[in-house]
Design a protein around this ligand. Sequence first.
Ligand SMILES: *Cc1c(COP(=O)(O)O)cnc(C)c1O
Length: 375
Amino acid sequence: MSNTSVVTETKLDEINIVANTDVQTFVDLRSDTVTHPTRAMREAMLTCAVGDDVMGDDPTVNELECATAELLNKEAALFVPSGTMSNLIAVMVHCQTRGSEVILGDQSHISLYEQGGISTIGGVHPRTVKNAEDGTLPLEEIERLIRTENVHFPVTRLVCLENTHNACGGRVLSMEYVEKVAALCRKHNLALHMDGARIWNAAQVLKLPVAKLVEAVDTVSVCLSKGLGAPVGSLLVGPKAFIAAARRIRKVLGGGMRQAGVLAACGLVALRDMRERVTEDHIRARRIADALAVHKSVKLNPDTVDSNIVFFELDPAHTTLTASSLVSKLNEGHKVLIMALGPMRCRIVTHYMIDDAKVDTAIRALLETLDAHAK
Ligand SMILES: *Cc1c(COP(=O)(O)O)cnc(C)c1O
């Protein structure tokens, strides 16, 4: 027995140190999805019980679903391969019939980055509200867009929020704001879904239990593979009957997985070990933002950096760089990876594989490159 665990240790070291030399070489700030599963996750994969989850037989998946529902204080949860599928299923179950309408932010992940699946696959019409800079949707705008009964109109059935808000720069929605939207939804008999891919980050920023943050919403989608470092997986969380309907739709979308316990095992470790530490990512993101904000080539207000995402704009009056030329110079010259998300707009995301030394490297590389191309 002790012999076996020695062999296991060696293999895990090989995985972490030999197979992933790029981790030592690169400072990868493109996204918090680039994280590799931790050693504890890999060990959990090795030892977890599994079964056919489509038949409901995988004990580890069942445990993850129960643990997540409990953590969010909702009745039930469904393990799905991705946040995109989780949001799509949520919209499809809430809206039921084709010709329904969902109100959501024009900067929301569902609106921008999910291929319009709610329309092409779900048959649901999106009605977008312009997101405020802080990730909220103005309440009066939501209310103005709710359809009245009229043969020309689709039927409004759902509002979607996002917390933290990715494209608005990781902004955190307050509990008070979410409660106000929920009250509006109740008044008009609409459902409320929260894209909480990074709800863990929001909970740490607000210093509140995650369950509090989602108390007022009907359903939530959470990701294990962003800041929490699991390799795969999201959970859709909500009432029992909703999750039963969601399970059927997951199957038709091809998301029924078999011995998914090996993935769920990582998810359980992610929930246990990785939630509290995201505060470190927030501190490091703020350090990067503070360092960049004082450079004249950069437009950035560090006070808008709530969590682990930093967006900045290059000022063409003060630099010859574009977002894409900055990205390639950082990559080729410094092995620092960031993402261009617009002609002059870049994004940096911190995560558990970025330590203080990597932040120092990134700041040095950024300032050096900006200095070299300032005008
Ligand atoms: C990443 C992300 C998703 C989608 O998750 P995938 O697992 O990449 O499909 C959904 N919503 C938000 C806010 C995200 O950041």
